[in-house]
Design a protein. Structure first.
Length: 328
């Protein structure tokens, strides 16, 4: 008689994959390369320097915290690099160099590490860091410039290190008329990584292809913002401006999809995305801040525990008990 095969019996999930935190974070970094390159070309080397300082500060603060707490160092999972990269791309192109350092300290130490590190943070660290900087350093965080003019030569424009050159600019959300092509390419004022819709969409396609994110949350957020914009303005032409400008694509694709701060169920994710999209449009329309994406994602993050409490999947094999005591 052939020997019976032994099977290992265990609880779900049964799907195995080689995806670790470091691989997922590496995919996010790769997906953000187009936006980083676009921001560098549009706003010069100083913008790239801000991003580099932001990444270095986040890694340094996380490494130092783990060292002082005598914990196994977590910088090798690349999550601190992703936080620094996202925070840097959310900065104006001529912000002082101390701005990303302060933002990194708040994002890593206060929002991430004091709550237990990756996976235990109550909010997306980069979003929280940007909001803190926005509230504490309003002038520096709203000093936008027009993209560089290379007509006088590439190097003089690209290596302009002036923190403020007087070329302050409004974002397209403050009013835009004309062709949508500059918004799509990124030839407008704004934060370093948010202006080029093309670069952000390329990164989003990469993350979808790698199955790092799913399309539901970004798509619902964008659709809700578009719908509310149409309702608020009554103008069809205002819809593509609202979608292509500001931090909508950067936030919807790269920050609203953070695993640790999104619901655990498909229905919960839909509710979360509806909250983020609606609040983004409301803040843009009625508040003094032209951009509401950061505040909306933070609000959505805070709602996640409540969503997970009331929206949960039914256990397999469960049958509802009828009034007569029998199971249906």
């Amino acid at each position: 008689m052939a020997q019976l095969e032994k099977f290992k019996v265990s609880s779900s999930p049964h799907i195995t994959d080689d995806a670790g935190v470091d691989r997922i974070m590496l995919d996010v970094i790769i997906a953000l390369i187009p936006a980083t390159v676009a921001g560098t070309l549009l706003f010069g080397f100083y913008a790239l320097l801000l991003v580099i300082v932001s990444i270095a500060a986040c890694v340094l603060f996380e490494y130092s915290y783990d060292l002082l707490a005598k914990k196994m160092n977590s910088v090798w999972d690349l999550s601190a690099v992703v936080t620094g990269l996202l925070l840097g791309l959310n900065l104006p192109p001529r912000a002082p160099l101390y701005i990303p350092v302060i933002g990194a300290a708040f994002a890593i130490i206060i929002v991430k590490m004091l709550f237990g590190g990756i996976g235990k943070n109550f909010a997306n660290p980069a979003i929280a860091g940007r909001i803190f900087l926005m509230l504490a350093f309003m002038r520096s965080m709203t000093m936008y410039i027009e993209p560089l003019d290379y007509s006088g030569g590439f190097f003089p424009a690209f290596f302009n290190f002036n923190a403020y050159d007087g070329a302050a600019s409004a974002t397209p959300l403050d009013g835009w008329s004309g062709s949508l092509l500059p918004l799509f390419i990124g030839n407008t004022g704004g934060c370093i990584g948010e202006t080029s819709a093309l670069a952000l969409l390329l990164g989003g396609v990469y993350l979808l292809a790698r199955r790092v994110i799913s399309f539901e949350i970004p798509l619902i957020i964008i659709a809700v913002v578009a719908a509310f914009t149409l309702i608020f303005t009554g103008s069809v032409s205002a819809v593509p401006v609202a979608v292509l400008s500001g931090g909508l694509l950067l936030g919807a694709i790269f920050m609203a999809t953070d695993y640790a701060t999104t619901p655990n169920t498909a229905r919960g994710a839909i509710i979360y995305a509806l909250i983020v999209g609606a609040f983004t449009a409301i803040v843009r329309q009625y508040s003094d801040y032209p951009e509401g994406m950061s505040f909306a994602i933070l609000l959505g993050n805070l709602c996640v525990p409540l969503i997970d409490k009331y929206i949960y999947p039914k256990n397999f094999g469960y049958r509802k008990e009828r009034a007569d005591g029998n199971r249906s």
